[in-house]
Design a protein around this ligand. Structure first.
Ligand code: HEM
Length: 444
């Protein structure tokens, strides 16, 4: 690491504007901005409006903040803004309230529980792809999002009750995620202005919460004994044996929708983009899927046969990952020789860490064999598609199962080709979406 124990302050990153600080650079091109920070040090000082933020560019410091010193940090500015949308569920809480919620939610996402949702995932893929015809052009980023949306709503809500929630999420989630990045970068007073973007975001929050509240009311009117996640949340008991009230259940359901739809949907679209760009790897994926499909996949454990396809997915998640997330110190502490006061905001970018040549040689080369056993281990903190430590993604197995299920169902029948001249751009919000693109369906 470049920083040492004698350092007394983090080097400031050049280019701050008066008043706005680095917000214009962050809003203009966040991926370039985060990618440039390592040139200035391992912990560097940026400013979002009046708010000083420490950006981490070294994996050892990332591991320190997320894991070894995890108790010294809470979630921070990104999650404060997010809590206006999702309330105080698992995605936004910290410390003891977070641990209490995690104790209830995590078991619902363990490998053996995911088996209950396989049918929901298969139905989601079937609904989106059953009308596909050879020679057709498919808007792949929206197909990926539709699959992810239906997979989460079909698992979250009792059968045939999720349509309205799915429609609301589809209409309102993109509005919220766009507003979120603006709210993080711009000063607090801006978010209180009656500007059209702020009003749209408020309406979107009300629409989403309203749709889940209605689903919950219908749900409470019918007997227990179902395997959907909402039932488990409704029947959950806290450490004192008390059930969660409606607000707590809605917060939790929203956390899962906000965390689990666009992330998985974008990843699916990126996987098809990378398959089409790497025909040799695509052949290996297809061969493996054909062999697995011939034996039948009725249980998520059978997806473990997809060894190369899993590496392909891990490599896709290296190149196409979250743009950034944040933490905030709870007490004065030290990071890479820099003393931090209580309340200091810290930011890290998986996207930048995953493309740093110090930890990932030839980072722009797509190579699933980086994840082959026997290759040099990636340093801790340098590969974080699902985060690490106490807040590691609770939906990781769910996402893997969903994506591998979609791949087996789609690739056993179709090869997806890019149309000539297609250029897919990265659109950064919190996760990095692909720009809209179409692919051509070829029957295999
Ligand atoms: C490819 C898909 C996904 C990616 C890349 C992803 C990524 C992440 C990351 C990086 C975090 C950690 C954030 C932090 O440390 O602050 C996280 C947390 C979380 N994710 Fe995911 N996620 C994915 C899918 C899902 C799914 C499918 C669900 C649920 C249906 C989900 C639910 C959550 C929740 C609730 C948290 C907060 C966990 C906690 O703080 O205890 N995610 N995710």
């Amino acid at each position: 690491m470049g920083t040492g124990p004698t350092q007394t302050s983090a080097p400031p990153v050049p280019g701050a504007w008066p008043v706005l600080g680095h917000a214009p650079a962050l809003l203009r091109d966040p991926l370039r901005f985060f990618g440039s920070l390592a040139d200035h040090g391992d912990v560097v000082a940026v400013r979002l409006g009046p708010v000083p933020v420490y950006a981490l560019t070294h994996p050892a410091l990332v591991h320190q903040v997320l894991v070894t010193d995890g108790d010294l940090y809470e979630r921070g500015r990104l999650f404060d803004k997010l809590s206006r949308i999702v309330g105080h569920g698992l995605l936004t809480s910290s410390g003891p309230p977070h641990r209490a919620q995690r104790r209830i939610v995590q078991p619902l996402f363990q490998r053996d529980q995911i088996a209950c949702h396989l049918a929901a995932m298969r139905a989601a893929v079937g609904d989106v792809t059953s009308a596909w015809r050879a020679g057709q052009r498919v808007a792949i980023e929206s197909a990926g999002n539709d699959i992810a949306l239906l997979a989460v709503t079909n698992s979250l809500l009792p059968p045939r009750t999720g349509e309205e929630v799915a429609r609301m999420v589809k209409e309102n989630l993109p509005v919220l995620m766009r507003a979120l990045v603006l709210q993080i970068a711009l000063p607090e007073w801006w978010t209180r202005l009656p500007a059209p973007g702020n009003r749209r975001a408020e309406r979107a929050v009300a629409n989403l919460r309203g749709a889940i509240a209605e689903a919950l009311t219908r749900h409470r009117a019918v007997p227990a004994g179902r395997s959907d996640i909402l039932s488990s949340l409704v029947h959950a008991r806290d450490a004192a044996g008390k059930p969660w009230d409606d607000v707590a259940v809605i917060d939790q359901a929203l956390s899962l929708l906000v965390a689990g739809v666009e992330t998985t949907g974008s990843t699916l679209a990126w996987v098809f983009h990378e398959l089409a760009r790497h025909p040799h790897a695509e052949r290996q994926v297809h061969d493996e899927i054909d062999a697995a499909a011939a034996e039948g996949i009725s249980d998520p454990r059978q997806l473990r046969r997809l060894i190369y396809t899993t590496r392909f997915l891990q490599e896709t998640l290296r190149l196409h990952t979250l743009s950034f997330f944040m933490r905030r110190t709870l007490e004065p502490c030290e990071l890479g020789g820099v003393p931090l006061t209580a309340g200091a905001e810290v930011v890290l970018s998986p996207h930048a860490l995953h493309r740093d040549p110090r930890w990932h040689p030839n980072p722009e080369t797509f190579d699933p064999d980086r994840f082959k056993p026997g290759t040099p281990a990636i340093p801790k903190g340098a590969y974080l598609p699902f985060g690490t430590g106490a807040h590691r993604c609770v939906g990781e197995h769910f996402a893997f199962t969903e994506i591998l299920t979609a791949l087996t169902m789609i690739c056993s029948r179709w090869r997806l080709r890019h149309l000539p001249g297609t250029r897919v751009r990265e659109i950064p919000r919190i996760e990095v979406h692909p720009s809209k693109f179409h692919m051509l369906l070829e029957e295999r």
